[in-house]
Design a binder for this molecule. Sequence first.
Ligand code: SF4
Length: 95
Amino acid sequence: MKPLSVPERLAKNRFELDEEESHIEVNQEVVKATGCAQTIVRCCSAHVYTEEADGTLSVEYAACLECGTCLQVAAPGALKWHYPRGGFGIQFREG
Ligand code: SF4
């Protein structure tokens, strides 16, 4: 049996979207002051972050894989991140 590619494996995951609460908040002032937007955008394999023309960072938190990488590379205070509330977020089907 041929092993599945990474995109094929990721496609098996399910997301339960919490429409009432984002588990990611951006402190736009810290992002602008430290210039860490591009670093955050580039580190996220799920393409959760987008740097807008005005320099702000937008977030599509529904796609988050909950890996924590963005927190590791962001300037201190740039992001507030916590796991989604119980029952919400990513549900991995492959490992
Ligand atoms: S935790 Fe991982 S997947 Fe989620 S936004 Fe951060 S880098 Fe992207």
